[in-house]
Design a protein around this ligand. Structure first.
Ligand code: FAD
Ligand code: SF4
Length: 509
Protein backbone atom coordinates (compact mmCIF):
# COMPACT_ATOMS: atom_id res chain seq x y z
CA UNK A 1 0.00 0.00 0.00
CA UNK A 2 1.79 3.14 -1.18
CA UNK A 3 0.75 6.56 0.07
CA UNK A 4 1.56 10.05 -1.23
CA UNK A 5 1.71 12.88 1.36
CA UNK A 6 1.67 16.53 0.40
CA UNK A 7 3.73 19.09 2.36
CA UNK A 8 2.95 22.72 1.57
CA UNK A 9 5.61 25.46 1.73
CA UNK A 10 4.32 26.76 5.08
CA UNK A 11 4.08 23.30 6.66
CA UNK A 12 7.71 22.80 7.62
CA UNK A 13 6.97 21.30 11.01
CA UNK A 14 9.60 18.63 11.59
CA UNK A 15 7.92 17.69 14.90
CA UNK A 16 4.81 16.56 13.01
CA UNK A 17 3.80 12.94 13.69
CA UNK A 18 4.23 12.18 9.95
CA UNK A 19 7.98 12.45 10.33
CA UNK A 20 8.50 10.56 13.58
CA UNK A 21 9.35 7.30 11.82
CA UNK A 22 10.42 6.37 8.30
CA UNK A 23 8.03 4.34 6.21
CA UNK A 24 9.10 2.98 2.82
CA UNK A 25 5.49 2.88 1.66
CA UNK A 26 5.21 6.69 1.99
CA UNK A 27 6.40 9.30 -0.51
CA UNK A 28 6.34 12.93 0.56
CA UNK A 29 5.89 15.53 -2.14
CA UNK A 30 6.91 19.19 -2.02
CA UNK A 31 6.58 21.59 -4.91
CA UNK A 32 7.53 25.10 -6.01
CA UNK A 33 4.66 26.19 -8.26
CA UNK A 34 3.54 29.25 -10.20
CA UNK A 35 0.08 29.12 -8.65
CA UNK A 36 1.79 30.01 -5.34
CA UNK A 37 4.36 32.49 -6.66
CA UNK A 38 1.71 34.33 -8.68
CA UNK A 39 -1.48 34.56 -6.57
CA UNK A 40 -0.17 37.98 -5.56
CA UNK A 41 3.01 39.90 -6.30
CA UNK A 42 5.03 38.79 -3.28
CA UNK A 43 8.05 40.43 -1.72
CA UNK A 44 11.05 38.75 -3.35
CA UNK A 45 12.51 37.83 0.05
CA UNK A 46 9.33 35.96 0.92
CA UNK A 47 9.41 33.72 -2.17
CA UNK A 48 13.16 33.19 -1.88
CA UNK A 49 12.96 32.52 1.86
CA UNK A 50 10.16 29.99 1.45
CA UNK A 51 11.90 28.14 -1.41
CA UNK A 52 15.17 27.99 0.54
CA UNK A 53 13.35 26.73 3.62
CA UNK A 54 11.42 24.13 1.60
CA UNK A 55 14.62 22.84 0.02
CA UNK A 56 16.33 22.60 3.40
CA UNK A 57 13.31 20.82 4.82
CA UNK A 58 13.32 18.28 1.96
CA UNK A 59 17.03 17.65 2.60
CA UNK A 60 16.41 17.19 6.31
CA UNK A 61 13.70 14.63 5.59
CA UNK A 62 15.91 12.76 3.11
CA UNK A 63 18.80 12.70 5.57
CA UNK A 64 16.44 11.19 8.15
CA UNK A 65 15.58 8.41 5.67
CA UNK A 66 12.25 9.65 4.26
CA UNK A 67 11.43 9.50 0.56
CA UNK A 68 10.81 12.94 -0.88
CA UNK A 69 9.71 14.01 -4.34
CA UNK A 70 10.73 17.66 -4.78
CA UNK A 71 9.57 19.64 -7.80
CA UNK A 72 11.60 22.77 -8.46
CA UNK A 73 10.00 25.70 -10.24
CA UNK A 74 11.85 24.93 -13.48
CA UNK A 75 11.33 21.14 -13.41
CA UNK A 76 10.10 20.01 -16.87
CA UNK A 77 7.49 17.79 -15.23
CA UNK A 78 6.13 20.61 -13.05
CA UNK A 79 2.48 21.37 -13.93
CA UNK A 80 2.78 24.64 -11.94
CA UNK A 81 -0.23 24.06 -9.70
CA UNK A 82 -0.48 21.91 -6.59
CA UNK A 83 -3.53 20.00 -7.76
CA UNK A 84 -2.24 19.44 -11.31
CA UNK A 85 1.01 18.04 -9.92
CA UNK A 86 -0.90 15.81 -7.51
CA UNK A 87 -3.09 14.57 -10.38
CA UNK A 88 -0.03 13.63 -12.44
CA UNK A 89 1.68 11.86 -9.55
CA UNK A 90 -1.45 9.96 -8.56
CA UNK A 91 -2.14 8.93 -12.16
CA UNK A 92 1.40 7.75 -12.94
CA UNK A 93 2.31 5.94 -9.75
CA UNK A 94 0.76 3.15 -7.88
CA UNK A 95 -0.54 5.08 -4.85
CA UNK A 96 -3.45 3.56 -2.97
CA UNK A 97 -4.08 6.67 -0.87
CA UNK A 98 -2.88 10.23 -0.41
CA UNK A 99 -2.94 12.73 2.46
CA UNK A 100 -2.46 16.40 3.06
CA UNK A 101 -2.13 18.63 6.07
CA UNK A 102 -4.93 21.13 6.63
CA UNK A 103 -3.99 24.31 4.72
CA UNK A 104 -4.18 27.60 6.59
CA UNK A 105 -5.59 29.53 3.66
CA UNK A 106 -9.14 29.29 2.41
CA UNK A 107 -8.19 29.33 -1.28
CA UNK A 108 -5.87 26.32 -0.86
CA UNK A 109 -8.25 24.41 1.33
CA UNK A 110 -11.05 24.84 -1.20
CA UNK A 111 -8.80 23.76 -4.06
CA UNK A 112 -7.62 20.64 -2.24
CA UNK A 113 -11.08 19.59 -1.06
CA UNK A 114 -12.45 19.99 -4.58
CA UNK A 115 -9.54 18.04 -5.99
CA UNK A 116 -9.89 15.29 -3.39
CA UNK A 117 -13.60 14.86 -4.00
CA UNK A 118 -12.95 14.38 -7.73
CA UNK A 119 -10.40 11.57 -7.18
CA UNK A 120 -11.10 7.87 -7.02
CA UNK A 121 -8.06 7.31 -4.77
CA UNK A 122 -9.04 7.79 -1.09
CA UNK A 123 -7.49 10.70 0.75
CA UNK A 124 -7.24 12.11 4.25
CA UNK A 125 -6.73 15.62 5.58
CA UNK A 126 -4.75 15.74 8.85
CA UNK A 127 -3.91 18.53 11.30
CA UNK A 128 -0.69 20.52 10.92
CA UNK A 129 -0.23 19.95 14.67
CA UNK A 130 0.93 23.56 14.96
CA UNK A 131 -1.77 25.82 16.41
CA UNK A 132 -2.99 25.63 19.98
CA UNK A 133 -6.63 26.62 19.42
CA UNK A 134 -8.93 24.74 17.09
CA UNK A 135 -10.28 26.85 14.22
CA UNK A 136 -13.79 26.95 15.68
CA UNK A 137 -12.71 28.13 19.15
CA UNK A 138 -14.04 31.68 18.71
CA UNK A 139 -17.42 30.46 17.51
CA UNK A 140 -17.67 28.15 20.54
CA UNK A 141 -16.50 30.73 23.07
CA UNK A 142 -18.85 33.57 22.12
CA UNK A 143 -22.65 33.56 22.05
CA UNK A 144 -24.24 32.62 18.70
CA UNK A 145 -24.73 35.76 16.64
CA UNK A 146 -22.19 37.76 18.68
CA UNK A 147 -21.14 40.90 16.84
CA UNK A 148 -17.83 41.46 18.58
CA UNK A 149 -15.22 38.95 19.71
CA UNK A 150 -13.11 40.43 22.46
CA UNK A 151 -9.48 39.27 22.22
CA UNK A 152 -9.09 39.54 25.99
CA UNK A 153 -11.86 36.96 26.55
CA UNK A 154 -10.24 34.58 24.09
CA UNK A 155 -6.79 35.16 25.61
CA UNK A 156 -7.92 34.40 29.16
CA UNK A 157 -9.62 31.25 27.92
CA UNK A 158 -6.35 30.19 26.24
CA UNK A 159 -4.26 31.03 29.31
CA UNK A 160 -6.48 28.78 31.44
CA UNK A 161 -6.72 26.05 28.85
CA UNK A 162 -2.99 25.89 28.19
CA UNK A 163 -2.04 26.65 31.81
CA UNK A 164 0.27 29.49 30.83
CA UNK A 165 1.32 31.92 33.58
CA UNK A 166 -1.38 30.45 35.80
CA UNK A 167 -1.36 29.75 39.55
CA UNK A 168 -2.67 26.41 40.88
CA UNK A 169 -5.83 28.16 42.15
CA UNK A 170 -6.83 29.01 38.56
CA UNK A 171 -5.91 32.70 38.76
CA UNK A 172 -3.19 34.47 36.77
CA UNK A 173 0.13 33.87 38.48
CA UNK A 174 0.96 37.56 38.92
CA UNK A 175 -2.58 38.39 40.07
CA UNK A 176 -3.22 40.21 36.78
CA UNK A 177 -4.22 39.00 33.34
CA UNK A 178 -2.88 42.05 31.59
CA UNK A 179 0.26 44.11 32.16
CA UNK A 180 -0.28 46.55 29.30
CA UNK A 181 -0.38 49.53 31.65
CA UNK A 182 3.33 49.02 32.42
CA UNK A 183 4.18 48.43 28.76
CA UNK A 184 4.10 50.47 25.59
CA UNK A 185 6.29 53.44 26.47
CA UNK A 186 7.97 55.62 23.88
CA UNK A 187 11.65 54.83 23.36
CA UNK A 188 13.69 56.92 25.79
CA UNK A 189 17.17 55.66 24.87
CA UNK A 190 17.64 54.12 28.33
CA UNK A 191 18.68 50.81 26.73
CA UNK A 192 20.68 50.38 23.53
CA UNK A 193 18.83 48.69 20.71
CA UNK A 194 20.82 45.56 19.79
CA UNK A 195 21.63 44.69 16.17
CA UNK A 196 19.10 42.13 14.94
CA UNK A 197 20.42 38.58 14.52
CA UNK A 198 20.67 37.78 10.80
CA UNK A 199 21.71 34.63 8.94
CA UNK A 200 23.25 35.56 5.56
CA UNK A 201 21.68 32.63 3.73
CA UNK A 202 23.03 32.40 0.16
CA UNK A 203 20.16 32.94 -2.24
CA UNK A 204 21.50 34.08 -5.61
CA UNK A 205 20.56 30.73 -7.23
CA UNK A 206 16.90 31.16 -6.24
CA UNK A 207 16.83 34.79 -7.36
CA UNK A 208 18.24 33.67 -10.74
CA UNK A 209 15.60 30.93 -10.93
CA UNK A 210 12.82 33.47 -10.32
CA UNK A 211 14.28 35.78 -12.95
CA UNK A 212 14.64 32.90 -15.41
CA UNK A 213 10.99 31.93 -14.85
CA UNK A 214 9.91 35.60 -15.02
CA UNK A 215 8.19 35.53 -11.63
CA UNK A 216 7.08 39.06 -10.77
CA UNK A 217 8.02 40.15 -7.27
CA UNK A 218 8.47 43.41 -5.37
CA UNK A 219 11.12 44.64 -2.98
CA UNK A 220 14.84 44.41 -2.62
CA UNK A 221 17.16 41.44 -2.23
CA UNK A 222 20.93 40.96 -1.97
CA UNK A 223 22.98 37.79 -2.50
CA UNK A 224 21.98 36.57 0.95
CA UNK A 225 18.83 36.81 3.03
CA UNK A 226 18.64 37.48 6.71
CA UNK A 227 15.62 35.32 7.53
CA UNK A 228 15.94 31.90 9.20
CA UNK A 229 15.40 29.13 6.65
CA UNK A 230 15.78 26.02 8.80
CA UNK A 231 14.91 24.90 12.27
CA UNK A 232 18.40 25.43 13.70
CA UNK A 233 18.37 29.07 12.65
CA UNK A 234 14.79 29.55 13.85
CA UNK A 235 15.68 28.19 17.30
CA UNK A 236 18.77 30.41 17.38
CA UNK A 237 16.61 33.44 16.58
CA UNK A 238 14.21 32.48 19.37
CA UNK A 239 17.02 32.13 21.93
CA UNK A 240 18.59 35.39 20.85
CA UNK A 241 15.24 37.10 21.28
CA UNK A 242 14.69 35.65 24.75
CA UNK A 243 18.09 36.73 26.06
CA UNK A 244 18.72 39.99 24.21
CA UNK A 245 15.35 41.52 23.42
CA UNK A 246 12.54 40.07 25.53
CA UNK A 247 13.60 41.95 28.71
CA UNK A 248 12.65 45.22 26.95
CA UNK A 249 9.97 43.92 24.57
CA UNK A 250 6.87 45.00 26.47
CA UNK A 251 8.15 48.41 27.46
CA UNK A 252 9.08 49.46 23.91
CA UNK A 253 6.51 47.36 22.06
CA UNK A 254 4.69 50.41 20.64
CA UNK A 255 7.72 52.67 20.15
CA UNK A 256 8.67 54.21 16.81
CA UNK A 257 12.33 55.12 16.39
CA UNK A 258 13.76 56.93 13.40
CA UNK A 259 16.20 54.73 11.47
CA UNK A 260 15.29 51.71 13.60
CA UNK A 261 12.86 49.19 12.19
CA UNK A 262 13.11 46.24 14.52
CA UNK A 263 13.69 47.64 18.06
CA UNK A 264 12.99 44.87 20.59
CA UNK A 265 10.63 42.90 18.36
CA UNK A 266 11.34 39.21 17.83
CA UNK A 267 11.18 38.95 14.00
CA UNK A 268 9.89 35.42 14.64
CA UNK A 269 6.77 35.67 12.46
CA UNK A 270 8.41 34.25 9.33
CA UNK A 271 9.73 31.18 11.18
CA UNK A 272 6.46 30.75 13.07
CA UNK A 273 4.28 31.05 9.98
CA UNK A 274 6.39 28.50 8.11
CA UNK A 275 6.01 26.29 11.21
CA UNK A 276 9.76 26.02 11.72
CA UNK A 277 8.89 26.94 15.30
CA UNK A 278 5.83 25.93 17.28
CA UNK A 279 3.86 28.55 19.21
CA UNK A 280 4.05 26.29 22.26
CA UNK A 281 7.84 26.27 22.37
CA UNK A 282 7.99 30.04 21.90
CA UNK A 283 5.54 30.59 24.76
CA UNK A 284 7.37 28.10 26.97
CA UNK A 285 10.72 29.79 26.29
CA UNK A 286 9.26 33.15 27.39
CA UNK A 287 7.60 31.67 30.48
CA UNK A 288 10.82 29.87 31.47
CA UNK A 289 12.79 33.12 31.11
CA UNK A 290 10.43 34.73 33.61
CA UNK A 291 10.54 31.75 35.99
CA UNK A 292 14.36 31.92 35.96
CA UNK A 293 14.28 35.63 36.74
CA UNK A 294 15.69 36.67 33.35
CA UNK A 295 12.75 38.93 32.48
CA UNK A 296 10.00 40.65 34.42
CA UNK A 297 6.38 39.61 34.23
CA UNK A 298 5.38 42.69 32.20
CA UNK A 299 7.68 41.77 29.32
CA UNK A 300 6.88 38.08 29.54
CA UNK A 301 3.09 38.51 29.64
CA UNK A 302 3.18 41.22 26.97
CA UNK A 303 4.97 38.85 24.61
CA UNK A 304 2.95 35.72 25.42
CA UNK A 305 -0.23 37.73 24.75
CA UNK A 306 1.00 38.23 21.15
CA UNK A 307 1.36 34.51 20.47
CA UNK A 308 -1.20 32.81 22.68
CA UNK A 309 -3.63 35.70 22.29
CA UNK A 310 -3.39 37.68 19.09
CA UNK A 311 -1.92 35.09 16.75
CA UNK A 312 -4.30 32.28 17.70
CA UNK A 313 -7.27 34.67 17.91
CA UNK A 314 -6.60 36.12 14.46
CA UNK A 315 -6.49 32.67 12.93
CA UNK A 316 -9.81 31.68 14.54
CA UNK A 317 -11.39 34.93 13.33
CA UNK A 318 -10.10 34.34 9.81
CA UNK A 319 -11.95 31.04 9.70
CA UNK A 320 -14.99 32.55 11.39
CA UNK A 321 -15.35 35.60 9.12
CA UNK A 322 -13.67 34.62 5.86
CA UNK A 323 -14.80 34.55 3.06
CA UNK A 324 -18.26 35.88 4.09
CA UNK A 325 -16.83 39.25 5.14
CA UNK A 326 -14.06 39.49 2.57
CA UNK A 327 -15.98 42.06 0.52
CA UNK A 328 -17.28 44.07 3.49
CA UNK A 329 -16.44 47.78 3.41
CA UNK A 330 -17.86 49.38 6.55
CA UNK A 331 -16.70 52.91 5.70
CA UNK A 332 -17.41 52.57 1.98
CA UNK A 333 -13.82 53.44 1.11
CA UNK A 334 -12.80 53.19 -2.55
CA UNK A 335 -9.62 55.23 -3.04
CA UNK A 336 -6.49 53.71 -4.56
CA UNK A 337 -3.22 53.65 -2.62
CA UNK A 338 -0.91 56.58 -3.32
CA UNK A 339 1.79 55.55 -5.81
CA UNK A 340 4.49 56.16 -3.18
CA UNK A 341 3.27 53.15 -1.17
CA UNK A 342 5.36 51.20 -3.71
CA UNK A 343 8.49 53.37 -3.35
CA UNK A 344 8.40 55.13 0.01
CA UNK A 345 9.06 58.42 -1.80
CA UNK A 346 7.04 60.75 0.38
CA UNK A 347 8.07 63.66 2.58
CA UNK A 348 6.08 62.17 5.45
CA UNK A 349 8.95 60.77 7.45
CA UNK A 350 7.01 58.14 9.41
CA UNK A 351 5.52 56.68 6.22
CA UNK A 352 8.66 56.97 4.16
CA UNK A 353 10.66 55.06 6.78
CA UNK A 354 8.06 52.33 7.28
CA UNK A 355 7.58 51.77 3.53
CA UNK A 356 11.24 51.93 2.50
CA UNK A 357 12.17 49.55 5.28
CA UNK A 358 9.37 47.18 4.22
CA UNK A 359 10.57 47.19 0.61
CA UNK A 360 14.18 46.66 1.69
CA UNK A 361 13.66 43.95 4.28
CA UNK A 362 10.11 42.55 3.89
CA UNK A 363 9.52 43.50 7.54
CA UNK A 364 7.89 46.20 9.62
CA UNK A 365 6.91 45.90 13.25
CA UNK A 366 3.32 45.95 14.44
CA UNK A 367 3.03 49.67 15.17
CA UNK A 368 4.49 50.58 11.80
CA UNK A 369 1.88 48.32 10.17
CA UNK A 370 -1.07 49.39 12.32
CA UNK A 371 -0.43 53.01 13.23
CA UNK A 372 1.67 54.25 10.32
CA UNK A 373 0.73 52.62 7.00
CA UNK A 374 -2.62 51.19 8.15
CA UNK A 375 -3.63 54.45 9.82
CA UNK A 376 -2.80 56.47 6.71
CA UNK A 377 -4.79 54.12 4.46
CA UNK A 378 -7.83 54.30 6.74
CA UNK A 379 -7.69 58.08 7.15
CA UNK A 380 -7.44 58.61 3.40
CA UNK A 381 -10.24 56.20 2.49
CA UNK A 382 -8.21 53.56 0.65
CA UNK A 383 -10.35 50.62 -0.43
CA UNK A 384 -9.96 47.58 1.84
CA UNK A 385 -9.12 45.37 -1.13
CA UNK A 386 -6.27 47.66 -2.25
CA UNK A 387 -4.73 47.78 1.20
CA UNK A 388 -5.26 44.03 1.73
CA UNK A 389 -3.37 43.36 -1.50
CA UNK A 390 -0.55 45.63 -0.38
CA UNK A 391 -0.11 43.92 2.99
CA UNK A 392 -0.25 40.49 1.37
CA UNK A 393 2.52 41.58 -0.99
CA UNK A 394 4.91 43.49 1.16
CA UNK A 395 5.83 41.27 4.13
CA UNK A 396 7.81 38.04 4.33
CA UNK A 397 5.38 36.77 6.97
CA UNK A 398 2.24 37.58 4.93
CA UNK A 399 -0.15 34.64 4.72
CA UNK A 400 -3.80 35.36 4.28
CA UNK A 401 -4.98 33.63 7.49
CA UNK A 402 -3.08 36.20 9.57
CA UNK A 403 -2.72 39.11 7.13
CA UNK A 404 -6.45 39.41 6.34
CA UNK A 405 -7.92 39.65 9.87
CA UNK A 406 -5.16 42.08 10.83
CA UNK A 407 -5.67 44.30 7.79
CA UNK A 408 -9.34 44.03 6.97
CA UNK A 409 -10.41 43.84 10.60
CA UNK A 410 -7.95 45.28 13.07
CA UNK A 411 -6.43 47.95 10.86
CA UNK A 412 -9.22 48.99 8.46
CA UNK A 413 -12.35 48.18 10.53
CA UNK A 414 -13.84 47.04 7.22
CA UNK A 415 -15.86 44.25 8.87
CA UNK A 416 -17.57 46.82 11.11
CA UNK A 417 -15.85 46.06 14.41
CA UNK A 418 -15.86 42.30 14.97
CA UNK A 419 -12.15 42.46 15.86
CA UNK A 420 -11.28 45.98 17.06
CA UNK A 421 -13.51 47.80 19.51
CA UNK A 422 -12.86 51.09 17.69
CA UNK A 423 -11.05 52.13 14.52
CA UNK A 424 -7.29 52.46 14.93
CA UNK A 425 -6.93 56.06 13.74
CA UNK A 426 -4.54 58.69 15.00
CA UNK A 427 -3.31 62.17 14.23
CA UNK A 428 0.35 63.22 14.16
CA UNK A 429 0.29 63.63 17.95
CA UNK A 430 0.31 59.85 18.41
CA UNK A 431 3.33 59.33 16.13
CA UNK A 432 5.07 62.22 17.87
CA UNK A 433 4.39 60.71 21.30
CA UNK A 434 5.70 57.27 20.33
CA UNK A 435 9.00 58.33 18.82
CA UNK A 436 11.22 60.79 17.01
CA UNK A 437 10.17 60.61 13.34
CA UNK A 438 8.59 64.06 13.54
CA UNK A 439 11.90 65.67 14.47
CA UNK A 440 13.27 64.62 11.07
CA UNK A 441 10.15 65.37 9.04
CA UNK A 442 9.48 68.02 6.41
CA UNK A 443 6.05 68.53 8.00
CA UNK A 444 5.30 70.23 11.30
CA UNK A 445 3.54 67.86 13.65
CA UNK A 446 2.14 70.72 15.75
CA UNK A 447 0.56 72.54 12.79
CA UNK A 448 -3.05 71.76 11.84
CA UNK A 449 -3.23 73.82 8.68
CA UNK A 450 -0.87 75.62 6.32
CA UNK A 451 1.64 74.39 3.74
CA UNK A 452 3.75 72.18 5.97
CA UNK A 453 1.14 71.09 8.51
CA UNK A 454 1.42 67.39 9.33
CA UNK A 455 -1.08 65.76 6.95
CA UNK A 456 -2.21 63.29 9.58
CA UNK A 457 -3.65 66.11 11.71
CA UNK A 458 -6.26 67.31 9.23
CA UNK A 459 -6.79 63.85 7.70
CA UNK A 460 -7.67 62.53 11.15
CA UNK A 461 -10.44 65.07 11.62
CA UNK A 462 -11.59 64.62 8.04
CA UNK A 463 -12.10 60.94 8.83
CA UNK A 464 -14.00 61.79 12.04
CA UNK A 465 -16.16 64.32 10.21
CA UNK A 466 -17.03 62.17 7.23
CA UNK A 467 -17.91 59.13 9.35
CA UNK A 468 -19.49 60.99 12.24
CA UNK A 469 -22.80 59.12 12.03
CA UNK A 470 -21.21 55.71 11.68
CA UNK A 471 -18.93 56.37 14.66
CA UNK A 472 -21.68 57.80 16.90
CA UNK A 473 -22.95 54.51 18.35
CA UNK A 474 -19.40 53.58 19.44
CA UNK A 475 -19.04 54.82 23.02
CA UNK A 476 -15.24 54.63 22.75
CA UNK A 477 -15.39 57.41 20.16
CA UNK A 478 -17.65 59.67 22.24
CA UNK A 479 -14.95 62.05 23.54
CA UNK A 480 -13.41 62.56 20.12
CA UNK A 481 -16.79 63.20 18.49
CA UNK A 482 -17.71 65.66 21.22
CA UNK A 483 -14.40 67.45 20.80
CA UNK A 484 -15.06 67.82 17.06
CA UNK A 485 -18.61 69.04 17.58
CA UNK A 486 -17.54 71.67 20.08
CA UNK A 487 -15.11 73.32 17.70
CA UNK A 488 -16.03 76.57 16.04
CA UNK A 489 -17.49 76.01 12.55
CA UNK A 490 -14.74 78.12 10.94
CA UNK A 491 -12.02 76.01 12.62
CA UNK A 492 -13.68 72.86 11.40
CA UNK A 493 -13.90 74.28 7.89
CA UNK A 494 -10.18 75.18 7.87
CA UNK A 495 -9.20 71.64 8.90
CA UNK A 496 -11.51 70.05 6.33
CA UNK A 497 -10.20 72.34 3.57
CA UNK A 498 -6.64 71.45 4.50
CA UNK A 499 -7.41 67.72 4.45
CA UNK A 500 -9.14 68.03 1.09
CA UNK A 501 -6.15 69.81 -0.34
CA UNK A 502 -3.95 66.98 0.83
CA UNK A 503 -6.35 64.33 -0.44
CA UNK A 504 -6.43 65.88 -3.89
CA UNK A 505 -2.60 65.96 -3.96
CA UNK A 506 -2.05 62.65 -2.26
CA UNK A 507 0.64 61.46 -4.65
CA UNK A 508 2.70 64.57 -3.89
CA UNK A 509 2.65 64.40 -0.08
P1 FAD B 1 6.64 40.62 17.62
O1 FAD B 1 6.22 42.01 17.85
O2 FAD B 1 7.95 40.20 18.14
O3 FAD B 1 5.49 39.68 18.20
C1 FAD B 1 5.75 38.29 18.43
C2 FAD B 1 4.85 37.42 17.61
O4 FAD B 1 3.51 37.59 18.00
C3 FAD B 1 4.86 37.67 16.11
O5 FAD B 1 5.94 37.01 15.49
C4 FAD B 1 3.52 37.11 15.68
O6 FAD B 1 3.61 35.73 15.43
C5 FAD B 1 2.65 37.33 16.90
N1 FAD B 1 1.78 38.49 16.73
C6 FAD B 1 1.92 39.72 17.26
N2 FAD B 1 0.87 40.51 16.92
C7 FAD B 1 0.09 39.75 16.14
C8 FAD B 1 -1.15 39.99 15.47
N3 FAD B 1 -1.78 41.17 15.54
N4 FAD B 1 -1.66 38.99 14.76
C9 FAD B 1 -1.06 37.80 14.67
N5 FAD B 1 0.09 37.51 15.28
C10 FAD B 1 0.65 38.47 16.01
N6 FAD B 1 1.48 39.08 11.15
C11 FAD B 1 1.86 38.06 10.38
O7 FAD B 1 2.42 37.08 10.88
N7 FAD B 1 1.61 38.06 9.03
C12 FAD B 1 1.00 39.10 8.42
O8 FAD B 1 0.80 39.07 7.21
C13 FAD B 1 0.60 40.22 9.21
N8 FAD B 1 -0.01 41.28 8.64
C14 FAD B 1 -0.37 42.34 9.43
C15 FAD B 1 -1.02 43.42 8.83
C16 FAD B 1 -1.43 44.50 9.59
C17 FAD B 1 -2.16 45.65 8.95
C18 FAD B 1 -1.17 44.50 10.97
C19 FAD B 1 -1.63 45.65 11.81
C20 FAD B 1 -0.53 43.43 11.58
C21 FAD B 1 -0.13 42.34 10.82
N9 FAD B 1 0.52 41.22 11.42
C22 FAD B 1 0.87 40.17 10.62
C23 FAD B 1 0.68 41.12 12.88
C24 FAD B 1 2.01 41.66 13.43
O9 FAD B 1 2.19 42.99 13.02
C25 FAD B 1 3.18 40.81 13.00
O10 FAD B 1 2.95 39.47 13.37
C26 FAD B 1 4.48 41.25 13.65
O11 FAD B 1 4.73 42.61 13.35
C27 FAD B 1 5.63 40.39 13.18
O12 FAD B 1 6.83 40.85 13.69
P2 FAD B 1 7.57 40.15 14.91
O13 FAD B 1 7.72 38.71 14.60
O14 FAD B 1 8.80 40.93 15.18
O15 FAD B 1 6.51 40.32 16.05
FE1 SF4 C 1 4.58 61.63 10.37
FE2 SF4 C 1 3.39 64.02 10.67
FE3 SF4 C 1 5.39 63.33 12.25
FE4 SF4 C 1 5.85 63.86 9.69
S1 SF4 C 1 5.11 65.29 11.24
S2 SF4 C 1 6.69 62.15 10.86
S3 SF4 C 1 4.00 63.06 8.75
S4 SF4 C 1 3.41 62.33 12.14
Amino acid sequence: MKELRLILGDQLNIEHSWFQQCDTSVDFVMMEVRSETDYCQHHVQKVVGIFLAMREFADTLRRAGHQVIYLTLDDQANQQSICANLARLLANNNYQSWSWQQPDEYRLEQALYEFASAQSIPSQCVSTEHFLAERGAVAKLFKPGAHHFLMETFYRYMRKREQVLMAPDGRPISGKWNHDAANRAAYDGAVNIPQPLTFANECRHIVTLLQHCQVKTIGHIEDTIDWPVNRTQAVELLHDFITELLPHFGRYQDALVDGQGTLFHSRLSFALNLKLLSPREVIQAAEQAWRHGQVDIEACEGFIRQILGWREYMRCLYWHLYPDMSESNHFDHHNPLPAWFWTGDTQMRCLSQAIKQSLNTGYAHHIQRLMVTGNFALLTGVSPSAINDWYLSIYVDAFEWVQWPNTHGMSQFAEGGRIATKPYVASGAYIHRQGDHCRHCFYDVKAKSGNNACPLNSLYWHFINRHFDLLKPNHRMAIVLKNWQQRKPEDRRAVIDQAELYLSNINQL
